[in-house]
Ligand binder design. Structure first.
Ligand SMILES: C[S@@+](CC[C@H](N)C(=O)[O-])C[C@H]1O[C@@H](n2cnc3c(N)ncnc32)[C@H](O)[C@@H]1O
Length: 272
């Protein structure tokens, strides 16, 4: 079964504007892993569930070629509209049927996406297309160890964020729960003996109030809520922004706060 929750044009443009690019620290961990297991050259990286391409663009300087794959044409259109990345191509496709020859891919990534895939079909395809010693890196961020910092009001900002999550909880699809479990089940199912799961990479990310609210708007559960009751959903965003600004004692939504995010990453290398 495929989940088609990222198909709308509006949702895709929200993605382009507000999705957060994975941090350089995490990219370096992935590249070091690839260097240790397979070594140079870094020819082809395939970014599955690429959405609007944030992770594909992050990888572009380190590979001869990057291919971003997504089932949503609207997401891909937004990705293709970003100029300046001549070594990236975006193709419509699924993680369960990869249009690459056997043994042809150096690195397979999925950023905040692997939880949407059919586990066994994806793993069979990953095993087929990776080069010997080629690697997969399945990354994401978790909401369990999140902190906000702004003067002395970080804790109150955290409570507001938690309240929004609670309101959206009933609209959560089951695969999101898999991501919340930091892909433990998927990790266990990877058929390669050489694998590791890094559960916590803490990263400080400066973010404006407007971008934080936009990020909430990009969530699949917010979009499900919006579909059911657009006005109430819009009001939730407006009131969340207002509450953040009031607590911070500022008026501009461009005001930045510090967000401590927790990323996780499953790494695995195909046997020789
Ligand atoms: C939460 S978004 C993440 C997008 C992007 N990687 C990011 O970090 O912002 C998940 C993406 O996976 C795509 N997707 C879901 N199931 C898929 C599948 N089976 N094969 C390929 N893409 C899929 C969706 O269309 C969506 O764009």
């Amino acid at each position: 079964m495929s989940y088609r929750l990222f198909e709308g044009k509006d949702h895709a443009s929200i993605y382009q504007k507000y999705r957060i690019t994975p941090p350089e620290e995490l990219k370096n961990i992935i590249l070091q892993y690839l260097d240790t297991k397979k070594g140079q050259p870094h020819v082809l990286a395939v970014d599955l569930g690429c959405g609007t391409g944030q992770n594909s663009r992050l990888l572009a300087p380190n590979f001869q070629e990057v291919v971003g794959i997504d089932i949503s044409e609207c997401q891909l259109e937004e990705a293709r509209a970003v100029p300046g990345y001549s070594n990236i191509t975006y193709r419509k496709g699924t993680a369960e049927e990869l249009q690459f020859p056997d043994g042809s891919v150096d690195l397979l990534t999925a950023a905040s996406a692997a939880h949407w895939f059919d586990q066994s079909r994806f793993l069979a395809e990953a095993s087929r297309v990776l080069k010997p010693r080629g690697c997969m890196a399945l990354l994401g961020f978790s909401d369990t160890n999140t902190w906000f910092h702004y003067q002395t009001c970080g804790e109150t900002l955290g409570h507001i964020y938690e309240e929004v999550k609670q309101i959206l909880m009933p609209y959560t699809s089951s695969p999101v729960g898999v991501a919340d479990g930091k892909l433990e089940e998927l990790y266990r199912a990877i058929p390669f003996p050489d694998k590791e799961r890094i559960e916590s990479i803490l990263v400080n990310c400066p973010i404006s109030v407007m971008n934080l609210v936009g990020f909430i708007q990009s969530w699949s559960m917010f979009q499900a809520y919006h579909k059911k009751d657009p006005q109430t959903a819009e009001n939730l965003l407006l009131s969340t922004q207002k509450r953040f600004l009031e607590v911070m004692g500022v008026t501009s939504p461009d005001t930045e706060l510090e967000w401590q995010m927790e990323y996780f990453c499953v790494l695995a290398s195909k046997p020789r």
